[in-house]
Design a protein around this ligand. Structure first.
Ligand code: GLU
Length: 423
Protein backbone atom coordinates (compact mmCIF):
# COMPACT_ATOMS: atom_id res chain seq x y z
CA UNK A 1 0.00 0.00 0.00
CA UNK A 2 1.38 3.42 -0.89
CA UNK A 3 1.32 6.44 1.39
CA UNK A 4 -1.22 7.88 -1.02
CA UNK A 5 -4.04 5.71 0.25
CA UNK A 6 -5.90 5.71 3.50
CA UNK A 7 -4.93 2.96 5.95
CA UNK A 8 -7.22 -0.01 6.47
CA UNK A 9 -8.46 1.25 9.82
CA UNK A 10 -12.29 1.29 9.72
CA UNK A 11 -14.12 4.58 10.05
CA UNK A 12 -17.41 4.29 11.91
CA UNK A 13 -18.07 7.95 11.39
CA UNK A 14 -18.62 9.29 7.87
CA UNK A 15 -17.08 12.62 8.84
CA UNK A 16 -13.98 10.76 10.10
CA UNK A 17 -13.82 9.08 6.69
CA UNK A 18 -13.80 12.51 5.03
CA UNK A 19 -11.04 13.69 7.38
CA UNK A 20 -8.99 10.56 6.65
CA UNK A 21 -8.87 11.51 2.96
CA UNK A 22 -8.31 15.18 3.77
CA UNK A 23 -5.29 14.24 5.90
CA UNK A 24 -3.77 12.10 3.13
CA UNK A 25 -4.22 14.89 0.57
CA UNK A 26 -2.96 17.54 3.02
CA UNK A 27 0.24 15.58 3.62
CA UNK A 28 0.98 15.02 -0.06
CA UNK A 29 0.39 18.63 -1.09
CA UNK A 30 1.90 20.15 2.04
CA UNK A 31 -1.30 21.92 3.16
CA UNK A 32 -0.67 24.21 6.10
CA UNK A 33 -1.76 22.68 9.40
CA UNK A 34 -3.67 25.89 10.19
CA UNK A 35 -5.83 25.53 7.11
CA UNK A 36 -6.34 21.80 7.74
CA UNK A 37 -7.48 22.65 11.26
CA UNK A 38 -10.01 25.18 9.94
CA UNK A 39 -11.44 22.57 7.56
CA UNK A 40 -11.61 19.83 10.18
CA UNK A 41 -14.14 21.95 12.06
CA UNK A 42 -17.43 22.86 10.32
CA UNK A 43 -18.36 26.53 10.75
CA UNK A 44 -21.90 26.00 11.97
CA UNK A 45 -24.09 23.04 12.95
CA UNK A 46 -27.80 23.53 13.52
CA UNK A 47 -30.27 20.95 14.77
CA UNK A 48 -33.96 21.79 14.99
CA UNK A 49 -37.10 19.97 16.05
CA UNK A 50 -39.97 20.13 13.60
CA UNK A 51 -43.45 19.45 15.02
CA UNK A 52 -45.80 18.53 12.18
CA UNK A 53 -49.52 17.81 12.20
CA UNK A 54 -49.88 14.39 10.58
CA UNK A 55 -52.93 13.32 8.57
CA UNK A 56 -54.19 11.30 11.56
CA UNK A 57 -54.56 14.51 13.58
CA UNK A 58 -51.56 13.80 15.83
CA UNK A 59 -48.38 15.88 16.09
CA UNK A 60 -45.14 14.13 15.17
CA UNK A 61 -41.77 15.73 15.89
CA UNK A 62 -39.01 15.34 13.27
CA UNK A 63 -35.29 16.14 13.56
CA UNK A 64 -33.91 18.66 11.06
CA UNK A 65 -30.25 19.49 10.41
CA UNK A 66 -28.17 22.03 8.52
CA UNK A 67 -24.40 22.13 8.67
CA UNK A 68 -22.36 24.88 7.06
CA UNK A 69 -18.89 23.47 6.57
CA UNK A 70 -17.14 26.45 4.97
CA UNK A 71 -17.76 29.86 3.40
CA UNK A 72 -14.21 30.76 2.37
CA UNK A 73 -14.96 30.77 -1.35
CA UNK A 74 -18.48 32.19 -1.16
CA UNK A 75 -21.91 31.50 0.34
CA UNK A 76 -22.41 27.89 1.40
CA UNK A 77 -24.16 25.55 -1.02
CA UNK A 78 -25.58 22.07 -0.71
CA UNK A 79 -28.67 19.90 -0.78
CA UNK A 80 -31.30 18.80 1.70
CA UNK A 81 -31.97 15.08 2.09
CA UNK A 82 -35.01 13.34 3.49
CA UNK A 83 -34.05 9.88 4.77
CA UNK A 84 -34.30 7.78 7.93
CA UNK A 85 -30.53 7.57 8.41
CA UNK A 86 -29.98 11.34 8.42
CA UNK A 87 -27.89 12.28 11.48
CA UNK A 88 -25.45 15.01 12.45
CA UNK A 89 -22.33 13.02 11.51
CA UNK A 90 -23.64 12.22 8.03
CA UNK A 91 -24.77 15.81 7.40
CA UNK A 92 -21.34 17.07 8.51
CA UNK A 93 -19.57 14.71 6.10
CA UNK A 94 -21.86 15.66 3.23
CA UNK A 95 -21.36 19.38 4.01
CA UNK A 96 -17.57 18.99 3.87
CA UNK A 97 -17.86 17.15 0.56
CA UNK A 98 -19.88 20.09 -0.80
CA UNK A 99 -17.01 22.47 0.13
CA UNK A 100 -14.59 20.27 -1.81
CA UNK A 101 -17.01 19.64 -4.68
CA UNK A 102 -17.69 23.34 -5.27
CA UNK A 103 -13.97 24.10 -5.13
CA UNK A 104 -13.12 21.30 -7.63
CA UNK A 105 -15.77 22.62 -10.04
CA UNK A 106 -14.42 26.15 -9.48
CA UNK A 107 -17.74 27.56 -8.23
CA UNK A 108 -17.83 30.66 -5.98
CA UNK A 109 -19.28 28.69 -3.07
CA UNK A 110 -18.48 27.11 0.25
CA UNK A 111 -20.20 23.92 1.34
CA UNK A 112 -23.25 22.97 3.40
CA UNK A 113 -25.77 20.16 3.72
CA UNK A 114 -29.09 19.67 5.42
CA UNK A 115 -31.48 16.89 6.11
CA UNK A 116 -34.59 15.71 7.87
CA UNK A 117 -34.79 12.30 9.54
CA UNK A 118 -37.98 10.96 7.97
CA UNK A 119 -39.22 8.32 5.54
CA UNK A 120 -40.65 10.37 2.66
CA UNK A 121 -42.07 7.25 0.99
CA UNK A 122 -44.26 6.63 4.03
CA UNK A 123 -45.66 10.18 4.17
CA UNK A 124 -48.53 11.83 2.31
CA UNK A 125 -47.95 14.84 0.05
CA UNK A 126 -49.66 17.06 2.61
CA UNK A 127 -47.43 15.80 5.43
CA UNK A 128 -44.32 16.34 3.29
CA UNK A 129 -45.42 19.86 2.46
CA UNK A 130 -45.99 20.77 6.12
CA UNK A 131 -42.65 19.20 7.07
CA UNK A 132 -40.80 21.11 4.32
CA UNK A 133 -42.43 24.39 5.36
CA UNK A 134 -41.56 23.74 9.03
CA UNK A 135 -37.94 23.15 8.02
CA UNK A 136 -37.82 26.38 5.94
CA UNK A 137 -39.25 28.31 8.85
CA UNK A 138 -36.75 26.82 11.31
CA UNK A 139 -33.83 27.60 8.96
CA UNK A 140 -34.92 31.13 8.00
CA UNK A 141 -31.84 32.70 9.60
CA UNK A 142 -29.44 30.16 8.10
CA UNK A 143 -30.61 30.28 4.47
CA UNK A 144 -30.05 33.35 2.32
CA UNK A 145 -29.40 34.11 -1.34
CA UNK A 146 -25.91 35.32 -0.43
CA UNK A 147 -25.56 33.25 2.74
CA UNK A 148 -26.56 29.61 2.39
CA UNK A 149 -28.32 28.17 -0.65
CA UNK A 150 -29.96 24.74 -0.40
CA UNK A 151 -30.98 22.37 -3.23
CA UNK A 152 -32.40 18.85 -3.65
CA UNK A 153 -30.59 15.71 -2.51
CA UNK A 154 -31.74 12.15 -1.74
CA UNK A 155 -35.48 12.00 -1.11
CA UNK A 156 -36.20 15.55 -2.29
CA UNK A 157 -36.88 17.17 -5.66
CA UNK A 158 -38.15 20.39 -7.21
CA UNK A 159 -41.46 19.93 -5.40
CA UNK A 160 -39.90 20.33 -1.94
CA UNK A 161 -37.72 23.22 -3.20
CA UNK A 162 -40.85 25.13 -4.31
CA UNK A 163 -42.48 24.69 -0.86
CA UNK A 164 -39.30 25.78 0.93
CA UNK A 165 -38.93 28.80 -1.38
CA UNK A 166 -42.54 29.81 -0.84
CA UNK A 167 -42.28 29.55 2.95
CA UNK A 168 -38.99 31.47 3.00
CA UNK A 169 -40.43 34.21 0.78
CA UNK A 170 -43.48 34.51 3.03
CA UNK A 171 -41.25 34.96 6.08
CA UNK A 172 -38.93 37.51 4.49
CA UNK A 173 -41.66 39.27 2.50
CA UNK A 174 -39.48 39.28 -0.59
CA UNK A 175 -39.41 37.15 -3.73
CA UNK A 176 -35.93 35.72 -3.70
CA UNK A 177 -35.80 32.74 -6.11
CA UNK A 178 -32.01 32.40 -5.83
CA UNK A 179 -32.24 31.38 -2.16
CA UNK A 180 -32.74 27.78 -3.27
CA UNK A 181 -31.86 25.88 -6.45
CA UNK A 182 -33.17 22.77 -8.18
CA UNK A 183 -36.56 24.48 -8.38
CA UNK A 184 -39.24 23.61 -10.93
CA UNK A 185 -38.92 25.72 -14.09
CA UNK A 186 -42.08 27.74 -13.46
CA UNK A 187 -40.74 29.18 -10.19
CA UNK A 188 -37.25 30.10 -11.39
CA UNK A 189 -35.60 26.75 -12.05
CA UNK A 190 -33.02 26.27 -14.78
CA UNK A 191 -33.32 24.21 -17.92
CA UNK A 192 -30.90 21.29 -17.68
CA UNK A 193 -30.85 21.18 -13.83
CA UNK A 194 -32.81 17.93 -13.51
CA UNK A 195 -30.44 15.98 -15.71
CA UNK A 196 -27.30 17.86 -14.63
CA UNK A 197 -25.80 15.39 -12.13
CA UNK A 198 -26.28 12.53 -14.61
CA UNK A 199 -24.85 14.71 -17.35
CA UNK A 200 -21.77 15.43 -15.24
CA UNK A 201 -21.33 11.67 -14.73
CA UNK A 202 -21.50 11.24 -18.52
CA UNK A 203 -18.95 13.99 -19.25
CA UNK A 204 -16.55 12.61 -16.62
CA UNK A 205 -16.97 9.07 -17.98
CA UNK A 206 -16.16 10.19 -21.53
CA UNK A 207 -13.14 12.19 -20.31
CA UNK A 208 -11.80 9.20 -18.36
CA UNK A 209 -12.38 6.76 -21.24
CA UNK A 210 -10.45 9.09 -23.54
CA UNK A 211 -7.48 9.05 -21.16
CA UNK A 212 -7.74 5.24 -21.07
CA UNK A 213 -7.70 5.08 -24.88
CA UNK A 214 -11.22 3.64 -25.06
CA UNK A 215 -14.16 4.67 -27.22
CA UNK A 216 -17.70 4.78 -25.77
CA UNK A 217 -18.98 2.17 -28.23
CA UNK A 218 -16.29 -0.28 -27.06
CA UNK A 219 -17.43 -0.37 -23.44
CA UNK A 220 -20.25 -1.62 -21.23
CA UNK A 221 -21.55 -0.02 -18.04
CA UNK A 222 -23.49 -0.92 -14.91
CA UNK A 223 -25.43 1.83 -13.15
CA UNK A 224 -26.56 1.35 -9.53
CA UNK A 225 -29.47 3.66 -8.70
CA UNK A 226 -32.28 4.70 -11.01
CA UNK A 227 -33.40 7.91 -9.35
CA UNK A 228 -32.53 11.42 -10.48
CA UNK A 229 -28.79 10.72 -10.88
CA UNK A 230 -28.74 7.10 -12.08
CA UNK A 231 -31.60 7.29 -14.58
CA UNK A 232 -30.22 10.37 -16.35
CA UNK A 233 -26.68 8.94 -16.23
CA UNK A 234 -27.84 5.64 -17.78
CA UNK A 235 -29.77 7.48 -20.49
CA UNK A 236 -26.97 9.90 -21.35
CA UNK A 237 -24.28 7.19 -21.30
CA UNK A 238 -26.35 4.99 -23.63
CA UNK A 239 -26.94 7.98 -25.93
CA UNK A 240 -23.14 8.21 -26.20
CA UNK A 241 -22.98 4.61 -27.43
CA UNK A 242 -22.05 2.93 -24.14
CA UNK A 243 -23.91 -0.35 -23.70
CA UNK A 244 -25.70 -0.42 -20.33
CA UNK A 245 -25.67 -4.04 -19.16
CA UNK A 246 -26.84 -3.59 -15.57
CA UNK A 247 -29.24 -1.29 -13.70
CA UNK A 248 -30.84 -1.41 -10.27
CA UNK A 249 -32.65 0.55 -7.59
CA UNK A 250 -33.77 -0.15 -4.01
CA UNK A 251 -36.51 -2.49 -5.31
CA UNK A 252 -34.71 -4.67 -7.88
CA UNK A 253 -31.51 -5.14 -9.95
CA UNK A 254 -31.16 -6.36 -13.53
CA UNK A 255 -28.44 -7.59 -15.88
CA UNK A 256 -28.42 -8.29 -19.60
CA UNK A 257 -25.06 -8.88 -21.29
CA UNK A 258 -26.59 -7.91 -24.64
CA UNK A 259 -27.53 -4.47 -23.28
CA UNK A 260 -30.62 -3.00 -21.63
CA UNK A 261 -33.01 -0.72 -23.50
CA UNK A 262 -32.74 2.34 -21.21
CA UNK A 263 -35.63 4.15 -22.92
CA UNK A 264 -37.82 1.13 -22.07
CA UNK A 265 -36.60 1.13 -18.45
CA UNK A 266 -37.33 4.87 -18.14
CA UNK A 267 -40.77 4.32 -19.58
CA UNK A 268 -41.31 1.45 -17.12
CA UNK A 269 -40.43 3.47 -14.01
CA UNK A 270 -42.54 6.43 -15.21
CA UNK A 271 -45.57 4.12 -15.25
CA UNK A 272 -44.70 2.08 -12.14
CA UNK A 273 -44.36 4.39 -9.20
CA UNK A 274 -40.80 5.35 -10.18
CA UNK A 275 -39.38 1.91 -9.31
CA UNK A 276 -37.76 -0.84 -11.41
CA UNK A 277 -39.43 -3.80 -9.67
CA UNK A 278 -41.23 -5.89 -12.28
CA UNK A 279 -39.16 -4.63 -15.24
CA UNK A 280 -38.86 -7.42 -17.83
CA UNK A 281 -36.14 -6.08 -20.15
CA UNK A 282 -33.33 -8.01 -18.40
CA UNK A 283 -32.71 -10.86 -15.96
CA UNK A 284 -33.32 -9.97 -12.32
CA UNK A 285 -30.21 -10.47 -10.15
CA UNK A 286 -29.53 -10.04 -6.43
CA UNK A 287 -28.81 -6.43 -5.48
CA UNK A 288 -25.33 -7.26 -4.12
CA UNK A 289 -24.40 -8.89 -7.45
CA UNK A 290 -24.91 -5.71 -9.44
CA UNK A 291 -21.71 -3.90 -8.40
CA UNK A 292 -19.54 -6.97 -8.99
CA UNK A 293 -21.08 -8.01 -12.30
CA UNK A 294 -19.10 -7.93 -15.54
CA UNK A 295 -18.72 -4.44 -17.06
CA UNK A 296 -16.08 -1.88 -18.01
CA UNK A 297 -17.59 1.14 -16.28
CA UNK A 298 -19.33 1.05 -12.92
CA UNK A 299 -21.50 3.99 -11.84
CA UNK A 300 -22.62 3.79 -8.20
CA UNK A 301 -25.39 6.41 -8.19
CA UNK A 302 -27.49 5.41 -5.20
CA UNK A 303 -26.21 5.25 -1.64
CA UNK A 304 -23.05 5.88 0.34
CA UNK A 305 -20.73 3.10 1.57
CA UNK A 306 -21.62 0.49 -1.07
CA UNK A 307 -18.08 -0.25 -2.31
CA UNK A 308 -16.39 -1.67 0.76
CA UNK A 309 -13.41 -3.82 1.73
CA UNK A 310 -15.76 -6.83 1.40
CA UNK A 311 -16.70 -6.37 -2.26
CA UNK A 312 -13.94 -4.10 -3.69
CA UNK A 313 -11.70 -7.02 -4.67
CA UNK A 314 -14.56 -8.57 -6.68
CA UNK A 315 -15.28 -5.51 -8.80
CA UNK A 316 -14.67 -6.25 -12.48
CA UNK A 317 -14.93 -2.71 -13.90
CA UNK A 318 -11.82 -0.82 -15.09
CA UNK A 319 -13.39 2.53 -14.33
CA UNK A 320 -15.67 3.68 -11.49
CA UNK A 321 -17.50 7.00 -11.81
CA UNK A 322 -19.15 7.97 -8.52
CA UNK A 323 -22.60 9.45 -9.10
CA UNK A 324 -23.56 9.12 -5.42
CA UNK A 325 -21.92 10.96 -2.53
CA UNK A 326 -19.49 8.72 -0.65
CA UNK A 327 -20.21 5.37 -2.35
CA UNK A 328 -16.68 4.07 -1.63
CA UNK A 329 -15.38 3.61 1.91
CA UNK A 330 -11.79 4.71 2.68
CA UNK A 331 -10.96 1.03 3.34
CA UNK A 332 -11.95 0.10 -0.21
CA UNK A 333 -9.76 2.82 -1.81
CA UNK A 334 -6.42 0.93 -1.54
CA UNK A 335 -8.02 -2.26 -2.88
CA UNK A 336 -9.28 -0.44 -5.99
CA UNK A 337 -5.91 1.27 -6.35
CA UNK A 338 -4.04 -2.05 -6.22
CA UNK A 339 -6.40 -3.47 -8.85
CA UNK A 340 -5.52 -0.43 -11.03
CA UNK A 341 -9.19 0.56 -11.26
CA UNK A 342 -9.50 4.26 -12.06
CA UNK A 343 -12.04 5.89 -9.77
CA UNK A 344 -13.44 9.30 -10.70
CA UNK A 345 -14.45 10.43 -7.21
CA UNK A 346 -17.82 11.83 -6.14
CA UNK A 347 -16.57 15.36 -5.52
CA UNK A 348 -15.66 15.55 -9.21
CA UNK A 349 -17.99 13.02 -10.87
CA UNK A 350 -21.27 14.26 -9.38
CA UNK A 351 -20.44 17.97 -9.37
CA UNK A 352 -22.60 18.55 -12.48
CA UNK A 353 -25.65 19.02 -10.25
CA UNK A 354 -24.24 21.83 -8.17
CA UNK A 355 -22.64 23.35 -11.28
CA UNK A 356 -26.07 23.82 -12.87
CA UNK A 357 -27.41 24.93 -9.47
CA UNK A 358 -24.81 27.69 -9.72
CA UNK A 359 -26.09 28.56 -13.21
CA UNK A 360 -29.64 28.62 -11.83
CA UNK A 361 -28.55 31.03 -9.07
CA UNK A 362 -26.77 33.26 -11.62
CA UNK A 363 -29.91 33.31 -13.81
CA UNK A 364 -32.09 34.11 -10.76
CA UNK A 365 -29.81 36.99 -9.80
CA UNK A 366 -29.80 38.36 -13.34
CA UNK A 367 -33.52 37.70 -13.87
CA UNK A 368 -32.57 36.42 -17.31
CA UNK A 369 -32.90 32.80 -18.39
CA UNK A 370 -30.71 30.72 -20.68
CA UNK A 371 -31.59 28.05 -23.24
CA UNK A 372 -30.96 24.39 -22.39
CA UNK A 373 -28.19 24.34 -24.96
CA UNK A 374 -26.44 27.29 -23.28
CA UNK A 375 -26.70 25.57 -19.90
CA UNK A 376 -25.40 22.25 -21.22
CA UNK A 377 -22.53 23.82 -23.18
CA UNK A 378 -21.37 25.83 -20.17
CA UNK A 379 -21.78 22.77 -17.91
CA UNK A 380 -19.79 20.44 -20.18
CA UNK A 381 -16.95 22.92 -20.46
CA UNK A 382 -16.74 23.41 -16.68
CA UNK A 383 -16.77 19.64 -16.12
CA UNK A 384 -14.06 19.03 -18.72
CA UNK A 385 -11.84 21.69 -17.14
CA UNK A 386 -12.41 20.24 -13.65
CA UNK A 387 -11.64 16.69 -14.84
CA UNK A 388 -8.44 17.79 -16.57
CA UNK A 389 -7.32 19.77 -13.50
CA UNK A 390 -7.79 16.72 -11.25
CA UNK A 391 -6.17 14.41 -13.81
CA UNK A 392 -3.09 16.67 -14.02
CA UNK A 393 -2.86 16.83 -10.23
CA UNK A 394 -3.04 13.03 -10.07
CA UNK A 395 -0.02 12.91 -12.40
CA UNK A 396 1.89 15.70 -10.66
CA UNK A 397 1.35 14.32 -7.16
CA UNK A 398 1.51 10.65 -8.31
CA UNK A 399 -1.73 9.84 -6.57
CA UNK A 400 -5.26 8.55 -7.17
CA UNK A 401 -7.97 10.66 -8.79
CA UNK A 402 -9.71 10.81 -5.39
CA UNK A 403 -6.76 12.27 -3.52
CA UNK A 404 -5.97 14.49 -6.53
CA UNK A 405 -9.54 15.87 -6.38
CA UNK A 406 -9.07 16.68 -2.68
CA UNK A 407 -5.74 18.35 -3.52
CA UNK A 408 -7.42 20.38 -6.31
CA UNK A 409 -10.10 21.53 -3.86
CA UNK A 410 -7.67 22.21 -1.03
CA UNK A 411 -5.37 24.29 -3.25
CA UNK A 412 -8.28 26.64 -3.89
CA UNK A 413 -9.82 26.63 -0.41
CA UNK A 414 -6.38 27.24 1.13
CA UNK A 415 -6.19 30.52 -0.79
CA UNK A 416 -9.65 31.52 0.46
CA UNK A 417 -8.78 30.74 4.08
CA UNK A 418 -5.45 32.57 3.90
CA UNK A 419 -6.72 35.59 1.98
CA UNK A 420 -9.71 36.10 4.22
CA UNK A 421 -7.60 35.51 7.31
CA UNK A 422 -8.87 34.98 10.85
CA UNK A 423 -9.84 37.07 13.88
N1 GLU B 1 -27.37 17.55 -3.58
C1 GLU B 1 -26.53 17.74 -4.72
C2 GLU B 1 -25.11 17.37 -4.40
O1 GLU B 1 -24.84 16.61 -3.49
C3 GLU B 1 -26.68 19.13 -5.31
C4 GLU B 1 -26.31 20.25 -4.41
C5 GLU B 1 -26.64 21.61 -4.97
O2 GLU B 1 -27.06 21.72 -6.11
O3 GLU B 1 -26.46 22.58 -4.22
O4 GLU B 1 -24.19 17.76 -5.07
Amino acid sequence: MSSHTVTSQTHDSMFEAVLARLDVAAKIMGLSEEVAQVLRNPQKEVKVSLPVMMDNGKIQVFEGYRTVHSTHLGPSKGGIRYAMDVNSDEVKALAAWMSFKCAVANLPYGGAKGGIKCDPRAMSVGELERLSRAYASAMKDIFGVNRDIPAPDMGTSGREMAWILDEYNKITGEDSPGVITGKPLAVGGSLGRDAATGRGVMVNTLAALKKMGLKPNQVTAVVQGFGNVGSHAARLLSEQGIQIVGIGDHTASFYNEKGIDIAAALDYVAKNNRVLKGFTGATEIKSDELLISKCDVLVPAALQNVITEENASKIQAKLIVEGANGPTTPEADPILHEKKIICVPDILANSGGVTVSYFEWVQNKAGYYWTEEEVNTKHDLKMEIAFEHVWQNSIQFKTTMRIAAYITALQKIEQGVKLKGAF
